[in-house]
Design a protein around this ligand. Sequence first.
Ligand code: V47
Ligand code: ZN
Length: 379
Amino acid sequence: MSPHDQPITRAAPREACRRRFGEEPLTEHLDASAAPLRDLHAFIAGLPKAELHVHHVGSASPRIVSELASRHPDSKVPSDPEALVDFFTFTDFAHFIDVYLSVVDLIRTPEDVRLLTYEIARDLARQQVRYAELTITPWSSTRRNIDERAFMDAIEDARKSAEAEFGTVLRWCFDIPGEAGLEAAEETVRLATDDRLRPEGLVSFGLGGPEIGVERPQFKPYFDRAIAAGLRSVPHAGETTGPQTVWDALTDLRAERIGHGTSSAQDPKLLAHLAEHRIPLEVCPTSNIATRAVRTLDEHPIKEFVQAGVVITVNSDDPPMFGTDLNNEYAVAARLLNLHEQGLAELAKTAVDVSFLDEPGKARIRQEIDSYTASWLAP
Ligand SMILES: Nc1ncnc2c1ncn2[C@@H]1O[C@H](CCC(=O)c2cccc(C(=O)O)c2)[C@@H](O)[C@H]1O
Ligand SMILES: [Zn+2]
């Protein structure tokens, strides 16, 4: 069986998660009155889903990373998948970014870009992800001398192949690596708005990287240009800094959704504002544990968000790096929010509702979710 045909080894993400964070597999904690665990995981595995907060390089599977690392022995990234699990263990967010950049360094040619993108789509399809908005940092590749036209052609070729072969619809979010400053911001908005370069699949514009010392207001001119070009604003905020960063993302960057927004729970006025204006938080529970933004899953504010009426989606962020995948994040949400099948189906439909997919596409996936859930629950 070729590696491409291997089923997602569901145990690996949970096992890796337990080994890395000292967490028992989620299997041990579901409420006894909930649907029997194996059913709920099985339900999630087959549930059609949409993922709105997942990073391109951060989704490189251990197989892809080890394949690329063996091509580039000068890299500090281990080519042995087992050694990779330890390499992907972080002491804090800054350490995570260092490791993330060592993987960025492995993506050196347009073919590396195409292979990575296509294999990410395969991994998403295996989890029944019908639609994903993949965050890409084009500046990181063009500054590493990947030709900008060849880069765009590579991601678009993978997107069209994935849709034809896996049925998974991909759209792009181009984001600014905030720590790299205004030069990176200028290059990112140029690549995102130049009609000769802008890829057909591009729908949104983001801001990622460390937040500490990277004030959001400075990026207003770039977000203004991206929004004027028809792109939707989805910056990270409140992941490693306080609620003011979220306020700034809302007022200065006109955010339509917030990446993480974890610290919003510290500000009741902010929670009320997000709920009133139905501005979704793209919640990534395991990511927040892995980067030490939140200490334990049980302390994660996802429940406070729901109790405050805030719209949330559940996402994996950088799945292989965090020893998780989207199915596992749905299992985490089921445990923390005490969700059963209907609740999980509603969670999946909310992600579809607040996505930037066209209405016919949204209707199709909503219908699939409803049919799947109805047949699952039929006596
Ligand atoms: N949880 C996360 N939270 C935030 N961001 C996350 C997360 N996961 C993944 N990212 C990605 O990391 C990038 C950061 C890259 C970066 O800071 C940087 C700085 C200096 C030089 C270079 C370079 O390329 O040479 C890059 C972001 O653009 C974002 O797309
Ligand atoms: Zn992210």
